[in-house]
Write a protein that binds this ligand. Structure first.
Ligand code: GLY
Length: 565
């Protein structure tokens, strides 16, 4: 009852209260007729569904969810980070919105190397210099203005309310804040927000964020300028100046969201639309699907050594290409058409034989030889058929761990997604090259893969995941589970996954992902088995266009929520 009163107070003072809470939790996949929101946080999903019920479209709801996550899901939800949004409108238009962070103008190629040329991960991963210029506020407001129908005050007010009045901390959030207190303790501004005078918050305690409410109110009152100019920008830059950061008032004022062409691919009769650079996600996903289209798998082959072997070999070639060819396409000529062509995929498929190819003997292809934890995802679908797929990040869990003094939000540590030193792994073990070197104003390469799969030109799947380098292979396996193995969306998301990223030459797997005899078979084929780990937290929607049913699933690996009506 206490919970009920809280929710009604905070969120829905002028909304009709969602009846879902009054009944036992329905089983996934949850079905709905009109609209659906799936996110990593219950309150954020509720905010989104109320926007849809009030007549907002999927873009309005996605923007409201984005601001809500910045309050209720601080491990990854953010206004101090960046992200990508894929939209497929009811009129059949596909749009990619890039609000990735950029390197400050004063950033230099070797800023994370010592005088002997050694990489300094502590600098690129924690604290003031690890932050890129944030893009989230610009991106969300760009999407709202161009593709939404509501006013900013309508979509941001629930987030303001939750920051001002507070909300009861769920178990998962209370715990993850508690386990990060050691990291936060380097920064008094972070301890002020995420502890009670140094003591950990407990599950169920009310978590209020007045400084963050102030920033959200500035955004409500002044739009983009409320964050990138004026009082909030000054708070950001004051702290940068005090702590030796590089972000200036000009960097903030110059930040621009970029609308791009989606990358397109196909798999059997399905069309894939996903994120182009500055993410590697869409290109790599399409390249993987193109390679795998050259093989056929029987339904009972799921999980077999042959299936895993083929997946892993394809992954190695694609991540080798990623390391060399992918970077911000505004700074580097990324050969997207070649990488996503069926002809190049066929050449790779022809190289896949019955034994494992060691990563050291796989090299990125060359276009010349071609003749020819942390991030979060949410998916939204509305009654008119608009689909939105958003992945947003501050990079690691709680980003740089540094809260902007007086502004109550965490800065990202996205600078670590650049390749600071060629062939030297970042926190995800990813290596890179010139294509992803640090340059002023450049976007660091991402793996985020917000994706929409179309069937007969209508949205069929809306999905994405957090997980750094593993995002691409996670999204791939959920799509294959559905299209190739006829799983329902719940099975497809819940089933165990594997991951390989070329280097290190290791096959990672989830608990129950590889049986003992499959591991033995894979070893005898030459595969090197890595450790067990959790791979992704997928938030997905599937639409049965014929019967007009929307199915949603939030990954059992997380603590998210499906809301439909
Ligand atoms: N920060 C993780 C990514 O963008 O891939």
């Amino acid at each position: 009852m206490r919970r009920l009163i809280f929710f009604s107070l905070i969120l829905f003072s002028n909304f009709i209260y969602s009846q879902n809470l009054l009944f036992a939790e329905p089983r996934n996949p949850i079905r709905a007729k009109n609209g659906m929101v799936v996110s990593a946080n219950e309150l954020a999903s509720k905010v989104g569904i109320q926007i849809l019920k009030r007549g907002g479209n999927a873009i309005d709801a996605a923007v409201a969810v984005g601001f809500a996550l910045a309050v209720t899901y601080p491990v990854a939800g953010n206004i101090g980070g960046g992200g990508f949004m894929i939209i497929h409108t009811k009129d059949g238009k596909s749009i990619a919105i890039d609000f990735r962070e950029v390197a400050p103008a004063a950033a230099t190629r070797n800023m994370f190397l010592d005088s002997d040329g050694n990489f300094l991960p502590d600098l690129s991963q924690v604290g003031i210099k690890s932050a890129g210029v944030p893009g989230s506020v610009s991106g969300l407001l760009y999407a709202l203005k161009k593709y939404g129908t509501m006013k900013i005050e309508d979509v941001i007010q629930p987030a303001i309310n939750m920051a001002e009045i507070g909300f009861p901390l769920p178990y998962s959030t209370a715990n993850s804040i508690k386990y990060t207190l050691d990291d936060f303790s380097q920064f008094p501004s972070s301890m002020k927000i995420f502890s009670k005078n140094g003591e950990a918050y407990q599950e169920g305690e009310i978590f209020k964020q007045p400084d963050l409410a102030f920033v959200l109110n500035e955004i409500k009152n002044f739009g983009v300028d409320g964050f990138y100019k004026g009082k909030v920008a000054e708070l950001i830059v004051d702290q940068q100046n005090k702590m030796g950061g590089l972000i200036t008032l000009d960097d903030l004022a110059n930040y621009k969201t970029i609308e791009r062409e989606v990358v397109r691919g196909s798999y059997n009769n399905f069309e894939i639309i996903s994120m182009p650079p500055s993410s590697s996600g869409g290109v790599a996903l399409i390249q993987l699907l193109n390679i795998l289209e050259n093989f056929s798998f029987k339904e009972n082959e799921w999980g077999s050594s042959n299936y895993i072997h083929t997946l892993v070999e394809a992954m190695k070639y694609v991540y080798a290409d990623r390391a060399v060819h992918l970077g911000d396409s505004d700074f580097y000529n990324v050969p997207i058409d070649w990488l996503t062509s069926k002809a190049y995929a066929k050449k790779i498929a022809d190289k896949i034989k019955n034994s494992a190819t060691p990563s050291d003997s796989i090299f990125a292809g060359s276009p010349d030889s071609f003749e020819g934890e942390n991030t979060t995802h949410y998916s939204v679908y509305d009654k008119d058929g608009n689909a939105v797929s958003v992945t947003t990040t501050i990079n690691s869990g709680y980003g740089s761990k540094l809260v902007v003094e007086g502004a109550g939000f965490l800065l990202n540590n996205e600078m670590d997604d650049f390749s600071s030193k060629p062939n030297t792994p970042n926190q995800f073990g990813l290596i890179g090259s010139e294509a992803n070197s640090i340059e002023p104003g450049k976007r660091m390469l991402s793996s985020m893969t917000p994706t929409i799969v179309l069937h007969n030109e209508k949205p069929f799947l809306i999905l994405g995941s957090p997980g750094g380098s593993t995002i691409i292979t996670v999204v791939l396996q959920v799509i294959l589970n559905i299209i190739e193995f006829n799983m329902d969306i719940e099975q497809a998301v819940y089933s165990p996954r594997i991951h390989h990223q070329w280097k290190p030459d290791k096959l990672y797997f989830e608990k129950f992902g590889l049986s003992k005899d499959v591991i033995e078979n894979l070893k005898s084929m030459g595969h090197i088995i890595g450790n067990e780990r959790v791979l992704g937290i997928v938030e997905a929607i599937m639409i049965d266009q014929k019967n007009k049913i929307i199915f949603g699933v939030t990954d059992k690996r997380g603590a998210g929520k499906v809301e439909g009506y």
